[in-house]
Ligand binder design. Structure first.
Ligand SMILES: Nc1ncnc2c1ncn2[C@@H]1O[C@H](COP(=O)(O)OP(=O)(O)OP(=O)(O)O)[C@@H](O)[C@H]1O
Length: 231
C-alpha cells in the first residue's frame, strides 16, 4: 500500500511569485526511506511543510495512508495527519526530562499504555538508562535519539526529518546514520529525510529524489523537470 501519494502539487508563497513546488507527483510505499536532496532554496523544507500541513498548496492533492489530507475540497489539520517530524535542532522541551518529552505526544493513547510505550521507544533507540535526564544533560547524538523516540512514539504513518544531522560532528554522524536506518527499519517506518549530504542518502535511504530547477544546465535553456529520480 502507498503510505504517501502526492499528485500534481503546486505551491507558491504569493500569487506573483514563481511556484516553489510545481506540478510535483510522488509516492512512497510502507516502510520506504526516501532522501530528498537539492540546492539551498530548491523547496525541500517547503515540501515537508506541505505534507505535514504547515502550508497549503494552490492545487494538486496529498493522500496519507489512503486518506486525502489535501485537495481542492479538503484540508486536514497537521495534528490529524498522523505525521511525525524531527527537526535539525531536535526541539526537545528543555524543562522536561526524557520520559516526559516522549510522553508529550502520547495523549491519544490510553493512560495505562503510555508507560509501556515510553519504555519500548527508549529500548528502540538504546537510551533506557537516560529516562530521567534533562535535554541539557545529553550529548547532541543522544538528544537526536530522544527526538526520534518522541516522534516515533505515537506511531505516525509517516516520519519527516529535516536535516537531522546538521548539528552533529562528522564522527557521530557516521555512527548515527547506521543506527537510524536500523531503528527505522525495525519500526517499519515510512520516512522522508531532507539532507544536503549525499552520504546520508547512501547510508540510510532506499532511494532519493533531487528537487531543483536545472534551466542553466540545459543547452537551450529550456526548463527541465524539477524532479529527477537518481537512485
Ligand atoms: N515564508 C516564505 N515566504 C516567501 N518565500 C519563502 C518563504 N519561505 C521560503 N521561501 C522561499 O521558497 C524557496 C524554497 O525554500 P525552502 O526553505 O523550501 O528551501 P530548501 O530547499 O529547504 O532550502 P535549504 O536547503 O536552504 O534549507 C526559497 O527560494 C525561499 O527563499
Amino acid at each position: 500500500m502507498n503510505i504517501l501519494e502526492i499528485s500534481r502539487l503546486t505551491f507558491s508563497f504569493s500569487r506573483k511569485s514563481e511556484p516553489v513546488i510545481k506540478d510535483f507527483s510522488f509516492s512512497m510505499k510502507k516502510g520506504e526511506i526516501v532522501g530528498i536532496l537539492g540546492q539551498s532554496g530548491s523547496g525541500k523544507s517547503t515540501l515537508l511543510r506541505l505534507i505535514s500541513g504547515l502550508e497549503m498548496a494552490q492545487s494538486g492533492s496529498i493522500k496519507i495512508a489512503g486518506k486525502t489530507v489535501f485537495d481542492q475540497k479538503v484540508f486536514i489539520q497537521p495534528e490529524d495527519r498522523g505525521v511525525g517530524m524531527v527537526f535539525q535542532d531536535y526541539a526537545l522541551f528543555p524543562h522536561m526530562n526524557v520520559r516526559d518529552n516522549i510522553l508529550f505526544g502520547l495523549h491519544r493513547l490510553p493512560r495505562k499504555e503510555r508507560k509501556g510505550r515510553v519504555k519500548e521507544m527508549l529500548e528502540l533507540v538504546k537510551m533506557e538508562p537516560f529516562e530521567l535526564r534533562f535535554p541539557h544533560e545529553l550529548s547532541g547524538g543522544q538528544q537526536q535519539r530522544i527526538a526520534l523516540a518522541r516522534a516515533l512514539a505515537p506511531k505516525p504513518n509517516l516520519l519527516l526529518m529535516d536535516e537531522p544531522f546538521s548539528n552533529l560532528d562528522a564522527d557521530l554522524k557516521e555512527a548515527i546514520r547506521e543506527d537510524l536506518r536500523y531503528i527505522l527499519k525495525t519500526a517499519n517506518m515510512t520516512c522522508i529525510i531532507v539532507t544536503h549530504d549525499r552520504q546520508d542518502v547512501d547510508a540510510i535511504c532506499d532511494r532519493s529524489i533531487i528537487l531543483g530547477q536545472k534551466q542553466n544546465e540545459s543547452k537551450n535553456n529550456d526548463k527541465i523537470d524539477m524532479l529527477t529520480i537518481i537512485k
